[in-house]
Design a protein. Structure first.
Length: 482
């Protein structure tokens, strides 16, 4: 079988592949044998197929070349077993509905039960559409009115630090807990991870102050029992002492109140601290402070699985780990530009605004009903006027309320509840205003039933009249003037 050098190279890569479908790998091996002049029967024996299959491989290769290797011909192969429309319904339910039991998200089994297919089919549909309903990520978009300004300032400092300056990323890791386990941990062994108890004994806490030199990756640390303004000032003095006098100091920090106490402001206002420059991150934007990434390393590699019998034990562990870090420091490199971040945040804000608008629209305050009073044992008169004259439909009262007497009526966009008042007095000033589109017919109907109709033109843009129910309650009917 004639094969070009490029085709032979492509077939060789396919034959050695560990990721292509098995049929493609086998066909590629068979075609290479055919290119070497091996007979069809021998190729079939080596590839564990019949000779007719080898002939079909040859014909498809001669027709389509390498692109036809391993491709299932149209109309062949197993037919899809999922009914038409099922995939779309699974995607719709995943996005728009929740399980009937109130669960926060679907599982493959609950979705399979709902739509009548197998759980593995649901898993494939989710995978094909990139859906992971079992997973949720946390986020918070800053509401800081100066978000963009602060973001540009901090990111600009990361990407283009000033010359003859040292840039620090500073924050506190408060309430570091000295946790001891209630039982000894079991060591790791073949086939089993190490263990630790889920419960613990808390032996106190300590606050960690840390500032990373963004150029070198070295981290200054201090451990204190609190994080008040005096503690922050002491750490600022520690930073100041480590930086040579000829260099300015730029510190990225959050807007914690302890970072801007009067004593700190007074210290920074001194002429010897003119080289100090503070750059505040926006609120709810701790991700912008690079020292948080170092705190993650400390937590993952030393604290989370550590056992500490006392605060002194915890303090020694943190100090030792930080010292080892500084023997071979690795700076964290910021790469995202302020423009990219602002674009993503704006997309998030637009989506939140849209969701908030939809939610506000769906739960906006609305009047459920208007309450009027009536004398006791006058339900027949109420039905005769509100149902017979006004054409409203009576609404059955809940059994717990029906014993109190009265009647409820409902019409287009309005619900009136008439409740019994033993000391009844008709409402003369307070009254419901009912918006209708057949004002004249309503007036004629009420007048024909012997009710009072009083027209009033004191409402600009509206035509209206007043009437009274059989008990003297005032009612107003309105219609926009044309």
């Amino acid at each position: 079988m004639p094969v070009s050098a490029d085709q032979r190279g492509a077939l060789g890569r396919m034959a050695r592949s560990t990721s292509l479908p098995h049929r493609a790998v086998v066909q590629a091996k068979g075609l290479l044998l055919a290119a070497d002049g091996v007979a069809n029967q021998e190729i079939a024996r080596r590839c564990e197929v019949d000779s007719d299959t080898v002939r079909r491989w040859r014909r498809r290769f001669a027709d389509k070349g390498v692109d036809g290797v391993g491709v299932i011909a149209k109309g062949r192969g197993r037919k899809p077993s999922i009914p038409a429309g099922t995939v779309e319904e699974v995607v719709r339910l995943t996005h728009q509905e929740r399980p009937a039991d109130g669960s926060t998200h679907w599982s493959t089994r609950s979705m399979a039960t709902r739509v009548g297919i197998g759980k593995d089919a649901v898993a494939r549909i989710w995978s094909d559409h990139g859906l992971k309903p079992w997973k949720v990520d946390t986020f918070k978009i800053s509401n800081d009115p100066r978000f963009e300004e602060k973001l540009v300032d901090v990111v600009g400092l990361y990407l283009r630090p000033p010359s003859r300056a040292v840039v620090f990323s500073f924050d506190e890791k408060t309430q570091c807990q000295a946790l001891d386990r209630t039982q000894p941990s079991l060591p790791m062994k073949r086939g089993r991870a190490g263990t630790m108890t889920h419960d613990y004994k808390r032996n106190g806490t300590i606050d960690l102050f840390a500032a990373m030199n963004l150029a070198t990756g070295e981290v200054l640390t201090d451990l204190r029992k609190g994080h008040a303004g005096a503690d922050v000032l002491r750490f600022f003095k520690q930073i100041d002492a480590t930086v040579p006098r000829g260099l300015s100091i730029h510190v990225v920090l959050d807007n914690l109140s302890a970072h801007s106490t009067p004593e700190i402001k007074k210290w920074l206002a001194h002429r010897d601290r003119r080289r100090w420059h503070l750059h505040y991150t926006p609120t709810s934007s701790s991700w912008l402070n690079l020292i948080e990434r170092w705190f993650k390393e400390l937590t993952d590699r030393r604290l989370r699985r550590g056992v500490f019998t006392s605060v002194a034990d915890l303090s020694a562990a943190i100090t030792t780990w930080a010292e080892h870090w500084n023997t071979d420091p690795k700076p964290f490199i910021w790469k995202a530009t302020a423009e990219d971040i602002i674009t993503k945040v704006q997309r998030g804000r637009d989506t939140l605004r849209q969701i908030k608008t939809q939610t506000t629209t769906s739960v906006r305050p609305m009047i459920h009903h208007v309450q009027l009073c009536m004398p006791r044992a006058q339900e027949a008169a109420a039905r005769g006027f509100y149902a017979g004259v006004l054409g409203l439909a009576e609404v059955p009262k809940p059994s717990a309320l029906a014993r109190r007497g009265g009647a409820w009526f409902r019409g287009a966009g309005i619900e009136l509840h008439l409740g019994v008042d033993d000391d009844f007095r008709p409402a003369g000033k307070a009254h419901p205003g009912l918006l209708v589109d057949d004002l004249d017919d309503r007036a004629a109907c009420i007048a024909g039933a012997g009710g009072p109709v009083t027209w009033d033109d004191g409402f600009p843009g509206m035509r209206r009249f007043y009437t009274a129910d059989p008990f003297g309650n005032r009612l107003e009917f309105l219609q926009p003037a044309t």
